[in-house]
Design a protein around this ligand. Structure first.
Ligand SMILES: [Zn+2]
Ligand SMILES: [Zn+2]
Length: 176
């Protein structure tokens, strides 16, 4: 199983590198950093001042048909789908593609205070969460589980940073 990390409009290389290291450790596989050419201008909504999340996934899919593995995009841009105010991330259920936005994972967004450790903790939870969807996991009721849904930053902070035993079992099966 291959993992590909695709930074899309994000300057925090330290965060990217740390996420890559953690994923390599957790999934015991090499994580390739790739660059996709995502036309973000075409995904921008002037009305909402945000970028259409599903559009990233469509463009990623069009460029990576020959890839065998999961492709995780990470961006600093604020993303949305029409029915929601914002998204921390979106993934194809049992698919290859996902996107995580760290825009609203920054503590600066809420309190104005920079906290790189907290940013990393939040980002890795959302990466695990969206990857979980790629592996077929649905939302979990266990607050200690990273597959619990989180619609606010408080909920991101509240949920655990690993898969619960049940979700991990399902994930392991789909890795075989
Ligand atoms: Zn989810
Ligand atoms: Zn779970």
């Amino acid at each position: 199983m291959n993992l590909y990390l695709a930074p899309v409009v994000i300057s925090n290389t330290q965060l990217i590198d740390r996420i890559m290291e953690t994923l390599q450790h957790t999934f015991k596989t090499y994580v390739n950093k790739i660059s996709l050419s995502i036309d973000t201008d075409s995904l921008y909504s002037y009305e909402r001042k945000q970028y259409f999340s599903t559009g990233f996934i469509e463009q990623s899919a069009a460029q990576t048909t020959h890839f065998n593995g999961k492709i995780i995009m990470i961006t600093e841009l604020d993303i949305y789908v029409p029915v929601l105010t914002f998204l921390f991330g979106e993934a194809q259920l049992k698919g290859k593609h996902s996107i995580i936005s760290v825009c609203r994972l920054h503590e600066e967004f809420y309190s104005g205070v920079t906290n790189n450790e907290l940013l990393y903790e939040r980002a890795i939870k959302e990466v695990y969460h969206e990857l979980g969807h790629n592996f077929g996991l649905i939302h979990c009721n266990d607050w200690d589980c990273v597959m619990h849904s989180s619609n606010s930053i408080e909920e991101v902070d509240l949920k655990g940073n690993t898969y619960c035993r049940n979700c991990f079992g399902l994930l392991s099966k789909s890795l075989l």
